[in-house]
Ligand binder design. Structure first.
Ligand code: C2E
Ligand code: MG
Ligand code: MG
Ligand code: MG
Length: 294
């Protein structure tokens, strides 16, 4: 693709009409090769799931979030922030999302088999996945396959999704809640949505976006915002999770503010299941700035 684009660019020359559309620039080329690669990634075994622990206030591991990783033979390690949007645009997020859900359920069952007392596993769900007609059945099947209860699973949704089709989303959320599945709002506070959905949708958890947590030390505004989110969540009977806790000072602050769970590089970074740090309170991950396994 790169060669072809370059060839075309040369042919195009100055003052000539170019052969390629504006989106066939370097970024567009990178995206289409990513799209191609992603198509084969699932079958090729290039996708895997890593896990990041969630801790209670005493520092005990209580849950884990499943996070997707793509180790592409052609492109190297690609961040989910980069490839998830491509997977969403191409519809590949449907099989990929089902894969993650099943992997996460399998892993929770395996941990329980090993005697690990995890409350539940958390799985991110894209809007495109959630709006699929059979999404609730996909969840039910994954739970059945691994002999799990609804309460063993938490789905992490975004405010972005809620805005799309509130009625349809509400109906599906109610079905999932009736099964016992927990529903959290991920990156809470960063979507450009109103708060009114919290009045009607059966959400169980707010995950305070890490930008607030990471601003805690320097910004009194951030402190008050997290304080207000905790108050809002608790007033509505919801659990509050602080994500992106990287420093002891941040951990002290969010514990002080009364969140139920913390998640972040300080106590545990994402890694393969066999490397999960069950000690929790210990010094957690190694260095800052990346996955445990990378
Ligand atoms: P997210 O769901 O908000 O996940 C948390 C992200 O923050 C993860 O990035 C995690 O590695 C990172 N993180 C955790 N603790 C810290 C910390 O202390 N400091 C910093 N700086 N970062 C921290 P990751 O794994 O790169 O995932 C990025 C996003 O990609 C996720 O954000 C989620 O929105 C999406 N994603 C990941 N896996 C999946 C998946 O299986 N399905 C879908 N639909 N989206 C996924
Ligand atoms: Mg998440
Ligand atoms: Mg998050
Ligand atoms: Mg986030």
């Amino acid at each position: 693709f790169a060669d072809l684009a370059m060839y075309r660019a040369k042919q195009g020359g100055k003052n000539n009409v170019t052969f390629y559309a504006p989106e066939m620039n370097a970024a567009g080329t990178a995206r289409s090769s990513m799209e191609l690669g992603l198509r084969g990634a699932l079958e090729g075994g290039e996708l895997r799931v890593v896990y990041q622990p969630l801790h209670d206030l005493s520092g005990q591991v209580r849950g884990a979030e499943a996070l997707l990783r793509w180790q592409s033979a052609a492109l190297g390690n690609v961040s989910p922030a980069t490839f998830i949007p491509v997977a969403e645009d191409t519809g590949l997020i449907i099989p990929i999302g089902t894969f993650v859900l099943n992997e996460a359920c399998r892993q929770l069952a395996a941990w329980r088999e090993d005697g690990r007392a995890l409350e539940r596993i958390s799985v991110n769900v894209s809007p495109a996945q959630f709006v699929q007609g059979d999404f609730v059945d996909v969840v039910r099947r994954a739970l059945q396959t691994w002999r799990l209860q609804g309460r063993d699973l938490e789905l992490e949704l975004t405010e972005r999704m809620i805005l799309r089709d509130v009625k349809g989303v509400a109906r599906k959320m109610a079905e999932l809640r009736a099964m016992g599945v927990r529903l959290s709002i991920d990156d809470f506070g960063t979507g450009n949505s109103a708060l009114n959905y919290l009045m009607t949708l059966p959400v169980t958890t707010l995950k305070v976006d890490r930008t607030f947590v990471q601003a805690l030390e320097d910004s009194p505004g951030a402190y008050r915002i997290v304080q207000a989110i905790v108050a809002l969540g608790h007033a509505l009977g919801l659990d509050v999770v602080a994500e992106g806790v990287e420093t002891p000072a941040q951990l002290l602050q969010v514990r002080d503010l009364g969140v139920e769970r913390t998640q972040g590089f300080l106590l545990g970074r994402p890694g393969p299941p066999e490397e999960l740090n069950w000690e929790g309170t210990g010094e957690g991950g190694k260095e800052k700035g990346g996955d445990h396994w990378a």
